[in-house]
Design a protein around this ligand. Structure first.
Ligand SMILES: [Zn+2]
Length: 409
């Protein structure tokens, strides 16, 4: 089966001269006005907007025609997103926006220029073009080199202005081959006591889960705690710009950790024959996110959601498909006994089944239930009553290790 993988590579516009900056700023203002203008029609139909407004937009706005179309798409995306997350009396306020250039209005090439070899040329409007030197960090540069060699397809570039600096966000795409019929299901779930938990279930013996692994995410917790503390101090002193800078720094540090964990998770999945990764669809998580500090599961939800997107493309690049189960399909997975199916109230780190007497790591039990939710749909289930899974004495995550392999499968 063929699947599409997308990655985003960010480069910085390196010391553009004043004229180039002016041209970019002017175009951004025009683009922003146009997106607002499109939003004013309050339509979520691209074809309606195209038929009724496109001609007028070309007259009113001095922008490249491809930009006029991406502005329309953005307006539709913004309206849809707003409707999805809308609270009763909220009004749509558009603070800032990035400009989306598609293949028709940008060119990216490598030159022998000493400043930087990478140059991005944007068509801004009917007459104006601007060429910008782009610099990349090491990891990003390797990816963009792959793309220049033809391993990735260039799709769109988002031009983002952030604190007076300009950044180019390249979206790259490629097609990968994944197995039609997976033989191992790997569930990755957020846990009550762990940032992520993994378990593997094999087609040959679906009732006996193999090798649980935990990622406690302690380093992320530490980073968040530390930065939260500094942030409060700065807020007291009303140093708001510093607060925002710090947010970016915190985000980068957390992301770095998430990449490390995602690599380990994909490596975990790769050790099994024909794996497929299954995760819970958390796209609606913000809606029911209440500010409760008591629940770790909630605390872990937001970084876990970011972790999911990183796992998704890293796995696909290794030829591992990622599937999502809806909230409905994963209902009660944390409260259900994976051995006998009894639904119980859980407290503490252990899941104790009052019906069949199973005592099991709580996060791992939930994970196995998610895997079963998928195997049922794939016809993997057997008629035998499920055996107890590998429990082992290592069911409690080690205190000092970030991750731990419980037991060989
Ligand atoms: Zn039970």
């Amino acid at each position: 089966m063929r699947k599409n993988v997308q990655v985003c590579v960010v480069g910085k516009v390196f010391k553009p001269n004043r004229l180039k900056v002016l041209a970019l700023n002017r175009t951004l203002n025009e683009y922003f006005r146009l997106v607002r203008w499109y939003i004013g029609f309050n339509s979520k139909s691209k074809s309606f907007l195209h038929e009724n407004c496109y001609g007028k937009a070309k007259e009113l706005f001095n922008l490249n025609t491809a930009l006029i179309q991406t502005a329309r798409d953005k307006a539709v995306e913004i309206l849809k997103g707003f409707e999805r997350n809308r609270k009763d009396d909220s009004i749509l306020r558009l603070k800032g926006i990035s400009m989306r250039f598609d293949r028709r209005c940008y060119r990216f090439s490598k030159t022998t220029n000493v400043l930087t070899p990478y140059w991005l040329t944007l068509s801004l409007n009917r007459r104006e073009k601007v060429s910008l030197p782009i610099v990349f960090g090491e990891r990003q540069r390797r990816r963009i080199e792959e793309a220049l060699r033809g391993e990735w397809r260039f799709t769109t570039v988002e031009m983002v202005k952030h604190y007076g600096e300009w950044y180019a966000h390249f979206t790259l795409e490629k097609v990968v081959e994944v197995p039609d019929e997976p033989e191992t299901i790997i569930t990755i779930d957020r846990g009550e006591h762990n940032l992520a938990v993994a378990v593997a279930i094999s087609k040959s013996n679906p009732n006996k889960p193999m090798k649980g692994q935990f990622w406690r995410g302690q380093e992320i917790k530490r980073i968040r705690g530390l930065y939260g503390h500094i942030r409060r101090r700065l807020q007291e002193k009303k140093l708001l710009k510093k607060v925002k800078e710090l947010k970016g720094k915190e985000r980068r540090k957390v992301n770095q950790q998430l990449h490390i964990i995602a690599n380990q998770i994909v490596a975990y999945a790769k050790q099994f024959p024909k794996p497929v990764i299954v995760m819970e669809d958390l796209s609606g998580i913000r809606d029911n996110f209440k500010r409760s500090k008591k629940l770790n599961r909630r605390f872990h939800s937001l970084p876990f959601r970011r972790l999911q997107t990183i796992i998704e493309y890293k796995a696909l690049l290794e030829g591992i498909e990622v599937r999502y189960l809806t909230k409905k399909e994963t209902r009660n997975t944390s409260k259900t006994c994976h051995r006998c199916g009894h639904v119980a109230q859980v407290k503490g780190r252990e899941f104790r089944c009052p019906k069949c007497g199973l005592t099991y790591n709580r996060d791992l039990n939930a994970c196995i239930n998610i895997a079963h939710a998928l195997t049922r749909g794939m016809g993997w289930g057997s008629c035998e009553p499920p055996e107890p899974a590998d429990e082992g004495t290592g069911a409690k995550p080690a205190l000092n290790a970030g991750s731990l392999v419980l037991q060989g499968g």
